[in-house]
Write a protein that binds this ligand. Sequence first.
Ligand SMILES: [Mn+2]
Length: 192
Amino acid sequence: MNRIIRHERTTKETSISVILNGSERDDIAIETPVAFFNHMLHAMCFHGGFGLALKGTGDIDVDFHHLVEDTGLVLGYCFAKLRTDFGPVKRWGRAVIPMDEALAEVTIDASGRPFLVYTADFPQEYAGDFPMILVQEFLTAFSNAAGINLHAACRYGSNSHHMAEALFKALGKALNQAFAPADAIESTKGSL
Ligand SMILES: [Mn+2]
């Protein structure tokens, strides 16, 4: 059975709709006006083995902040539902991914308790027209909405595009492990 989650969110700033296939990478179609962000989400889903249909619009005449943050919220919400609506998940995931000179590491506990620890020292402030600071905004929104403990670190790198891409690939791989179906609830307390 494919675990499919749909969610839409519209505010005065953005409108985001997502259909997530948490079980297999069927199709990945990501449409936002922020090309670098689309590239990152595609890498995350492809390497995470997820299907994703995502449409996002928003007030990018202000800047990309609201659209990136709100996309993180909607995607995070879908992962929260993946944990609560389809039976237990494996809970932990970890991936270390290189991309050329860059190395990124992501560790997840899908515990229901959000916490983000993030470190990345980007040498270039932008990748194309995308401000690297928004990687942190996305991860903050995503981890809060998903209810995951997320440790995301880019250990080193000299190219901000490579560093961010390694982070998103590692995030996908770690999510794949953490949200894989489990036989029983992975907690000594018996609940999460
Ligand atoms: Mn790339």
